[in-house]
Every structure is written in structure tokens, then in C-alpha cells.
Design a binder for this molecule. Structure first.
Ligand code: FNR
Length: 423
């Protein structure tokens, strides 16, 4: 109701309410490279389009004349009651959208009671993000590194800094064919962005030191520089500033051995295409936190995840950024939810833009729904306040949809709340 009152009193909100207008506002607020990186998808972006189109296959089926004056949006997830069924998906390199990046997002998420999944590719170390919003619920997303020591270290830090769960992303063992970025010759990581979780990690720092000591690996870079954690962090800052997204700055930053070694090490270890189900079992040795597998889009893999002892599956195609012409996530959600049959939570993302989308995903069996790009756009347009407004708008639309459709609890939503569109 706040949003209506503000509208009636003539106060415009800072971020556009309409998702398409919000995206347009972000396009204007961000550099061409940053917007392309965030908004873009794989190939001709058919997966992105079909993620959205899959929602058109379902319609909310309203039932009036039920008392909906008391509505409850809360859910239970990972042993705790959450005020809304939303989660923030992990988004790397948010410094492209706003200098406060993950710190601003963490504060906005905590204020809304929405758990925040910290990206392995965040712009700030997870400990700093934890300090920015100590009371906020946090999960840590891991890209399975080629270095087991690094995996173990990142998970130890996640546990120590108060994350409630680990989300292992399974769909990025190779980087997707990102046409917009390729046309702009843009990869933020090579410019020292989005690698703060790594440069703040003692195991990663050791890997960088080893690389710098090995002349063959470090090319023409000086091998006599004394590398300390502080120096590595400083070096990466230079890369970021000097890079300033220009070719000259990039060349300058690559002349300095510190950021170059850190960036090269990152590119070597951040992920591995050799990872299998057997490897994944090792995560259990490194952490006692619940482990959620993100990037499950096949019911057989959901079953396999349960066999492997996963504590949750996250149905996602990375917002259509990895494979073009991939299956839309909403189309496979019902089958996956059926197979899981309530044994572990099923988190859903890719293509969610408003509260009615959240309603549909919950009715098709999602336990919780994650938001990606919309909050990045809010961040780009108005920082922390922008993220807050985006979350508030999605929650408000969900609440209204729930009530208008004749329901009072998101927990009770089932397929009978929907009708399959027949065309
Ligand atoms: C992502 N995504 C992602 N996923 C992940 O596991 N780790 C990451 O670091 C990132 N980084 C990232 C950056 C950007 C700019 C985007 C847009 C996406 C994928 C993300 O978690 C989520 O799966 C999708 O964003 C969901 O789709 P929508 O909501 O963006 O359509």
C-alpha cells in the first residue's frame, strides 16, 4: 500500500516500476560495456526469450469471494522462516553497476529480509559484505575451482563469515558464448574486476606468488617483486583504476606484474570443465553447511543431486547467459518439483521480472524464487535504494496477485492456482 500512497501524493519512485522501463533506465545509467555484460545472454539470446515466453504458458486462475484480508508471504527455507519467498541470485562484477556493488545489495537485501547469495565473482570480499549487513541472511555461491585448496578455503571463509549455505554453480564450467561482450571485446575479469573473493583469499595469494616466481608462467613480468597479500590487493586496485575500461589502461595494468599475475591465476583456476559428480562429493569434507546445486534443469539430475546428498536444487539456466537454445527453466520446473517431491527445497530462477511471475513459479512447485538482472538494474539506477525499490515492487505485486487470485498463503499455492494456456 505504501507504493500507492506515494503515487497518490505525487511522489515518484526512484526506479521505474515497469520491468522494461527499468531495463531502459539502466541502459541509460550504465556504460555500454556494463549494460551489455549485465543484460546480455548467450548466442542470439533465444534462451533469454524462451525463459520469458515459458511464463505465457500459464495463467493465474482467480477465485473471488474468499476472505483474503490477511495474507502471508512467508516461507520456510533452510530451517528458518523468511518473510518473503524471494532470494537474490548471485551476480558477479556488480561494481560495473555501482561502486558500492555487493555492499549496497547486501544492505538492501537485509532490510527486506531477503537472503542474499554472494557471488564467487563479487566485487568485495565476503567478509566485507558480511560487515556491511551483519544481520542479513547470506549464502555463498562457489564456482568449482580447478584448485581444491582454493575451493576448501573459500568454503571455510564462507562458513566463518556467517553464510548459511553453499550454492555450487554447475553451469559455468566453460564461459558462455556471450555475443554482446565479444562484439565489445569485453571481459571484466581480465580488467581486474570481479575477483575480490580470490585476491582476498590466502590460498589464491599463494597461487599468485608461485606464478610470479615461475618465469615461464609470468612471461616478461618481473619475478623479483615481493608479493604480499597487501601488494596483490593494491595491484588489483591499480588494474581496476588504470584499466578504466580503456585499451590503454588495460595495457598499462598488464605491464604491472601484480595484477597481471592475479588476473592470469584467476583465469586459470576459477572453473574447470573436468568437474564431475564424484568431485562434488569432496565439498562435504570442506564444509558442514547445507549444499545447494545451482544449474539443475533435468529431473534426472535433480534425482542425482538428492542421491548425492544435496540439501537443495536451484533450477536455473543462468538467465540464458550460458547456452543459447537451452530449455526454459519454467518449462522444466514442474517435472523437477515432482521428482523432488518436497524432500529438499527447489529454488527457481531465470526470467522472473515481477510478482505475478513469482506467483506462477511458486504454484508450479518452486520453494523459493530468485531474482537476477532486475536488482542489478535497480542498483545501477539508484544504488542501495534502487535495489530496495525493486524488491519492494516485486513483493507488492506478489501480495496483490495472491489476494486477487483468492489465496492467503504462498505456502499453500499449488497447480490448481493456475490454468495451462491453450492456444
Ligand atoms: C549472473 N549469474 C551468476 N550466477 C552465478 O552462479 N554466479 C555468478 O557470479 C553470476 N553472475 C552473474 C552476473 C550477471 C550480470 C548476471 C545477469 C547473471 C546468474 C544469476 O545468478 C541468475 O541465475 C540469473 O541472473 C537469473 O536470471 P534473471 O533473473 O537475470 O533472468
Amino acid at each position: 500500500s505504501d507504493i500507492y500512497r506515494a503515487g497518490i501524493s505525487g511522489t515518484r519512485t526512484r526506479v521505474p516500476v515497469d520491468p522494461t522501463t527499468l531495463e531502459d533506465a539502466a541502459r541509460r545509467a550504465l556504460s555500454a560495456e556494463a549494460f551489455a555484460y549485465i543484460a546480455g545472454g548467450a548466442g542470439a539470446e533465444a534462451t533469454m526469450a524462451s525463459n520469458r515466453a515459458a511464463f505465457d504458458e500459464w495463467q493465474v486462475w482467480p477465485r473471488p469471494l474468499r476472505d483474503v484480508s490477511q495474507r502471508d508471504l512467508s516461507i520456510e527455507l533452510l530451517g528458518r522462516r523468511r518473510p518473503t519467498p524471494l532470494l537474490l541470485a548471485p551476480l558477479g562484477v556488480m561494481e560495473m553497476a555501482h561502486p558500492d556493488a555487493d555492499l549496497a545489495v547486501a544492505r538492501a537485501a537485509a532490510a527486506a529480509g531477503v537472503p542474499y547469495t554472494l557471488s564467487n565473482q563479487a566485487s568485495f570480499a565476503m567478509e566485507r559484505i558480511a560487515d556491511a549487513a551483519p544481520d542479513g541472511a547470506r549464502l555463498f555461491q562457489l564456482y568449482w575451482s580447478a584448485s581444491d585448496e582454493l575451493n576448501a578455503s573459500l568454503l571455510r571463509r564462507a562458513e566463518a563469515s556467517g553464510c548459511e549455505a553453499i550454492v555450487v554453480t554447475l553451469d559455468t564450467h566453460l564461459l558462455g558464448w556471450r555475443t554482446r561482450d565479444l562484439d565489445l571485446a569485453y571481459l571484466p575479469f581480465t580488467r581486474g574486476m570481479g575477483i575480490a573473493q580470490y585476491t582476498s583469499d590466502p590460498v589464491f595469494q599463494q597461487l599468485v606468488r608461485e606464478r610470479v616466481r615461475t618465469p615461464a608462467a609470468s612471461g616478461d613480468a618481473s619475478t623479483t617483486v615481493r608479493i604480499t597479500p597487501k601488494a596483490i590487493a593494491a595491484g588489483v586496485t591499480i588494474a581496476r583504476k588504470g584499466g578504466a575500461l580503456t585499451g590503454a589502461g588495460l595495457r598499462e595494468s598488464l605491464r604491472s606484474p601484480l595484477p597481471r599475475a592475479a588476473v592470469e591465476t584467476f583465469l586459470d583456476v576459477f572453473s574447470t570443465p573436468a568437474v564431475t559428480w564424484d568431485d562434488l562429493a569432496r565439498a562435504r569434507e570442506w564444509t558442514s553447511l547445507p549444499i545447494i546445486l545451482k544449474g539443475i534443469v533435468h529431473p534426472d539430475d535433480a534425482a542425482r543431486a538428492m542421491d548425492a546428498g544435496a540439501d537443495g536444487v536451484w533450477v536455473s539456466n543462468h538467465g540464458g547467459r550460458q547456452i543459447d537454445r537451452s530449455v526454459p527453466t519454467l518449462a522444466v520446473l514442474p517435472e523437477i518439483a515432482d521428482r523432488v517431491a518436497g524432500r529438499i527445497p527447489v529454488i527457481f530462477d531465470s526470467g522472473v521480472r515481477g510478482g505475478a511471475d513469482v506467483f506462477v513459479a511458486l504454484a508450479l512447485g518452486a520453494s523459493a524464487v530468485a531474482i537476477g538482472r532486475p536488482y542489478a538494474y535497480g542498483l545501477g539506477v539508484a544504488g542501495e535504494d534502487g535495489v530496495r525499490e525493486v524488491l519492494r515492487n516485486i513483493v507488492a505485486e506478489l501480495d496483490i496477485t495472491l489476494g486477487l487470485a483468492g489465496h492467503t498463503r504462498v505456502d499453500d499455492l499449488g497447480r490448481d492456482a493456475l490454468r495451462a494456456a491453450r492456444r
